[in-house]
Design a protein around this ligand. Structure first.
Ligand SMILES: *Cc1c(COP(=O)(O)O)cnc(C)c1O
Length: 391
C-alpha cells in the first residue's frame, strides 16, 4: 500500500507535465522576445540603475493591472513589506500578528521595524490566517487601555495583522477585516505570492489599502529581484517613495535628507524586465490555472492525497501547486519527496513553521493545531506556466 501512493503521485505528476528532458524545477521564470528587447533598450540608454523611465512605467502598469492608484517599486518583496509595515504605523516593541505558516520574510519584515512577530494559526481551506480562531484568541489575550489594545500577557501594544495568501490562495478577508476592525488593528497584505489572484472579484494586494508584492525569480512574474508597495492613498505612496529613496529632498544638485531613509529603489534594469513580464502576466495566469486544473483531475482519483484547490469565492493564480496528504499518509511525505526529486521532478515540503525556528522560538504564539498538521502533510509540485503546453 505504501509503495502505491508514492508511485501514484509520481505518475500523476508525469502524466500532467509530460516526460521531460532535464530537471523540472518548482517554478522557473519564462522569458520571451519582449524581455530581451526592453532589457537591451535599457542597457543602450545607459540608465540601468537608480534613474530611468522603466521604473515609472513599471509602477504605472502594475497599478493599472491591479486597479489601484499607486505602486512603488523596490529592491525586493521583503523591503516592500518592511516599508509597508512602517507606513501602517508599526512601532518598536509593538506586536504584529503573522501566520506561522509562511516564508520567513513575513516575520523578518516585522523584526526589521523593531517589532515582535506574534504567530497565529491557519485555516485548513485557505492555508492562510484563520479569522475564526484568531478572533477567539484575541478576545482572550487583548485588553484595551486608553483607546489602545495591548497583549495582556506581555503588556505590549498590538498594531497590525499581516495575512499572507499562501501559494496564491486568498485568505478569508471579509472575516479577517471584521476581526481587525473590532480590535483597531491595521491590516497589511503580504501579497508576495498572489499577484493576479482575486477574492470576491477584487485583486489580492488591494483589499486593505496597503500591501507588498515580490518579483523574485521564482514568483509569478520576475524582475530578477524586486518588490512593490501598493496603495490607493496618495500620502502613503509619497511617503513610500520618499523613504525608499534615502529620504532625499528633491533638488537639482543638493543632497539633503529629512529622515533616515532606505536605499530600496528598484533599478531601472530590473524594471525593464518587469514591464515585459507584466505584458505576459495574463497569459501566465491562464496557463497556471490550466495546469492546476490538470493536476486537480489527475489527483482526484488517487486516495490518500488531495490537490489543494482555490478556496470558495476566490480565483487563485496557483503560484505553487500543492498536495495535501491524508493524516494516515503523512509518514510517506519524505519518501514521496525523495522519489519525485530522484525522478527529475522537483517537489518540496512547505516552510518549517516560523514559531519553531530557533530565531523565533521565544516569540508569542497561539496554539497551532491546524498549521502543525498542514506542515506535516503539504508538499509543492512543479508549477511553471509552460508545463501545461506539454511541449
Ligand atoms: C517571496 C516572498 C516574500 C518576499 O520575498 P523577496 O525574496 O524579498 O522578494 C515575502 N513573503 C512571502 C510569503 C514570500 O513568498
Amino acid at each position: 500500500m505504501k509503495h502505491d501512493l508514492v508511485t501514484d503521485v509520481l505518475h500523476a505528476i508525469r502524466q500532467v507535465t509530460g516526460d521531460r528532458q532535464g530537471f523540472v524545477a518548482l517554478h522557473e521564470p519564462s522569458f520571451g522576445r519582449r524581455e530581451r528587447e526592453l532589457v537591451l533598450d535599457c542597457i543602450d540608454s545607459g540608465f540601468v540603475s537608480s534613474v530611468g523611465n522603466y521604473v515609472d512605467l513599471f509602477e504605472q502598469r502594475l497599478a493599472n493591472f491591479l486597479g489601484v492608484k499607486y505602486a512603488v517599486a523596490v529592491v525586493n518583496g521583503t523591503a516592500a513589506l518592511h516599508v509597508a509595515l512602517l507606513l501602517a504605523g508599526v512601532r518598536r516593541n509593538d506586536e504584529v500578528f503573522v501566520p506561522s505558516l509562511s516564508f520567513v520574510a513575513t516575520a523578518n519584515a516585522v523584526t526589521y521595524c523593531g517589532a515582535i512577530p506574534h504567530f497565529v494559526d491557519s485555516a485548513p481551506d485557505t492555508l492562510g490566517i484563520d479569522p475564526v480562531s484568531l478572533s477567539g484568541y484575541l478576545e482572550e489575550i487583548l485588553i484595551q487601555k486608553d483607546n489602545t489594545w495591548f497583549n495582556r500577557r506581555t503588556g505590549r501594544r498590538v498594531s497590525v495583522i499581516v495575512p499572507m495568501h499562501v501559494f496564491g490562495h486568498p485568505v478569508h478577508m471579509d472575516a479577517l477585516l471584521e476581526v481587525a476592525a473590532r480590535f483597531d488593528l491595521q491590516v497589511v497584505e503580504d501579497a508576495a505570492e498572489s499577484l493576479g489572484s482575486s477574492y470576491k472579484c477584487r485583486m489580492t494586494g488591494t483589499l486593505t489599502g496597503l500591501s507588498a508584492f515580490s518579483f523574485n525569480g521564482n514568483k509569478v512574474i520576475t524582475t530578477g529581484g524586486g518588490g512593490a508597495i501598493v496603495t490607493d492613498n496618495q500620502e502613503l505612496a509619497k511617503k513610500a517613495k520618499h523613504i525608499t529613496t534615502t529620504a532625499k529632498i528633491p533638488h537639482q544638485w543638493a543632497f539633503a535628507h529629512d529622515q533616515i531613509g532606505f536605499n530600496y529603489r528598484m533599478p531601472n534594469l530590473n524594471a525593464a524586465l518587469g514591464c515585459a513580464q507584466l505584458d505576459a502576466l495574463p497569459d501566465f495566469i491562464v496557463k497556471k490555472r490550466a495546469l492546476a486544473k490538470s493536476y486537480e483531475t489527475a489527483f482526484s482519483g488517487i486516495s490518500g492525497v488531495s490537490f489543494v484547490s482555490e478556496p470558495a469565492h476566490s480565483h487563485s493564480n496557483y503560484w505553487l501547486n500543492a498536495l495535501l496528504l491524508d493524516d494516515a499518509m503523512a509518514s510517506q511525505r519524505d519518501q514521496i519527496l525523495a522519489v519525485t526529486n530522484d525522478a527529475g521532478y522537483m517537489t518540496r515540503p512547505v516552510w518549517q513553521l516560523l514559531h519553531t525556528l530557533p530565531i523565533y522560538a521565544d516569540n508569542p504564539a497561539m496554539l497551532m493545531p491546524i498549521a502543525e498538521s498542514l506542515e506535516k502533510r503539504l508538499l509543492n509540485i512543479p508549477s511553471s506556466p509552460f508545463l501545461i503546453t506539454g511541449a
